[in-house]
Write a protein that binds this ligand. Structure first.
Ligand code: NAD
Length: 482
């Protein structure tokens, strides 16, 4: 599909109107000569218009009965689910992941929206005290205009995790998609916006300058950001002068700890779903695996045998286990990490096979790698690789592995693998992370009842559950003296 007449044009959505004065081409990371969409390039003026539209829509949406807001957003969840068949292939072509991964993004997005919204009525009920002295009502009120900024790796679900609590609690929203995955997400947001009053949901496209303008806008009362830790620091700086509330979901370097009683085959059956899915480009992918020294060789051999079965190709190729990386910067970052690993004492093993090798140079393709005999302190263990590469580190005892797991400025998710539930729970409690999973570490591990987010430099705050809703309200305490 190279003809520019057949590609969708993706505009800003401001106050219910779609607009685009400047457009740029967005390309398929698996076929670099194919234009997937033409996307609006935003400016600080577009940000200002969108924020003002959201600000104007705020009083009406805030005063809409919560039951009515919930009803509209439950219908929006159905729109997200119902858009998957049509839009998932477009998401594949802008993202690079395989079709099943794009469908998962839509399914998780719809589920996240539906579940979070269903908590809102109960959550928003005021807490009241009435005694001889006074009547007290502690009420949860929306903050106003919320700015949401999302990355490219799971654009639909990461957006719905913000849209659901923001709109259900009565805020209005300006969202900035990633310039690497703007199309499928925006088309589904246009459909949702059509069912809401104009200005409640706005979308502005652009790069970091547009994100920065949103973070600094004085009428924005809260910023919710998912992306890299380096960008997260800029978000904090940009919001500081206007003292905004922020939620940050940042990078991770999740450890998986295999205990000496674990069954290797059973571990690999489940763990591998969390290592190479989306070519490792998931914030809570397994990014370093710790194995008891006495079991290291057998585990490493079994892991390599399994990984060798993967086939890498275009995301729309039904034979592909996974697709190319999403963009040039990410591709070069992973290649550089591989180069540094190659020149160290570790053993870098390239596995799997290429589908359609002649197209290999026309995309950001990379075969899966396992790094054997690697030290805990090596860059490939300490940095977030965000690619199809996993280091396998031998440890001597539990004290050592707990200290290594916690020896990181990241603290997103983590896992313990064991046949002994009590041992697993005891070890899980010693790990510094937002979430620790036992005998699972992939999309299967997630449960919407669990708050999701990181500690240390993996972020501030949580999404999902009632903890996630509470990030979008202020408590207004009212007391009448009798
Ligand atoms: P990124 O930080 O480069 O970009 C994220 C978003 O921020 C994009 O929309 C980008 O345009 C915008 N942006 C860039 N500069 C900005 C600025 N100065 N001010 C405001 N916004 C700005 O991240 P990415 O490469 O798109 O995504 C990969 C990263 O996201 C990884 O580190 C990954 O771990 C992280 N991530 C975290 C989670 C989580 O829940 N913790 C989930 C997914 C991805």
């Amino acid at each position: 599909m190279t003809s520019q007449t057949t590609v969708p044009q993706i505009g800003h959505l401001i106050g219910g109107q779609i607009s685009a004065t400047h457009l740029r081409n967005a390309y398929d990371p698996g076929r670099l000569d194919e234009v997937v969409a033409q996307v609006a390039v935003g400016t600080a003026q577009d940000v200002d218009r969108a924020v003002r539209a959201a600000h104007a829509a705020f009083p009406g949406w805030r005063d809409t009965p919560v039951a009515e807001r919930v009803q509209k957003l439950l219908a929006a969840a159905e729109l997200v689910a119902g858009s998957a068949c049509e839009l998932a292939p477009l998401l594949v072509r802008e993202h690079g992941g395989v079709l099943g991964e794009a469908q998962t993004d839509f399914a998780l997005g719809a589920g996240s929206l539906q579940y979070t919204v269903s908590l809102a009525e109960e959550f928003l009920r005021p807490v009241q005290f009435d005694d001889e002295q006074s009547f007290i009502s502690v009420e949860k009120v929306p903050r106003g205009v919320v700015a949401a900024i999302v990355p490219w790796n799971m654009p639909v679900v990461l957006t719905m995790m913000k849209l659901a609590p923001a709109l259900a609690t009565g805020n209005t929203l300006v969202l900035k998609p990633s310039p690497f995955t703007p199309a499928a997400l925006t088309l589904v947001l246009h459909r949702i916006a059509d069912t809401l009053p104009p200005g409640v949901l706005n979308v502005v496209h652009g790069e970091g300058d547009v994100g920065a303008a949103l973070c600094g806008h004085p009428l924005v009362r809260k910023v919710v950001f998912t992306g890299g830790t380096t960008t997260g620091r800029k978000v904090v700086e940009a919001t500081a002068s206007t003292i905004k509330n922020v939620t940050l979901e940042l990078g991770g370097n999740d450890p998986a700890i295999v205990l000496d009683d674990a069954d290797t085959d059973a571990v690999l059956d489940r763990m591998l779903k969390g290592v190479y899915t989306r070519s490792g480009q998931i914030c809570f992918a397994v990014k370093r695996i710790y194995v008891p020294r006495g079991r290291y060789r057998r585990f490493a051999d079994a892991l390599c045998d399994r990984v060798n079965e993967y086939a890498v190709g275009h995301g729309l190729d039904p034979q592909a286990s996974f697709g190319p990386l999403n963009n040039e910067a990410q591709f070069k970052k992973v290649l550089s990490l591989l180069d540094r690993t190659r020149s160290s004492s570790a053993t870098l093993v390239e596995l799997g096979r290429k589908l359609d090798p002649s197209s290999w140079d026309n995309g950001y393709y990379l075969l899966p790698h396992v790094v054997r005999d690697v030290e805990h302190s090596a860059p490939v263990s300490c940095e977030e690789q965000f690619g199809p590469v996993v280091p396998l580190i031998a440890y001597d005892d539990e004290e050592q592995v707990v200290s290594w797991a916690n020896d990181s400025e990241y603290g997103l998710c983590s896992s313990v693998w064991t046949t002994d539930p009590d041992r697993g729970l005891a070890m899980a409690r010693r790990i510094e992370a937002g979430s620790t999973f036992i005998n699972t570490h992939s999309f299967e591990s997630l449960d919407l009842r669990m708050p999701f987010g990181g500690i240390k430099q993996s972020g501030i705050g949580r999404e999902w559950s009632t903890t996630g809703l509470s990030a979008y309200v202020e408590e207004h305490a009212i007391r009448r003296l009798k």
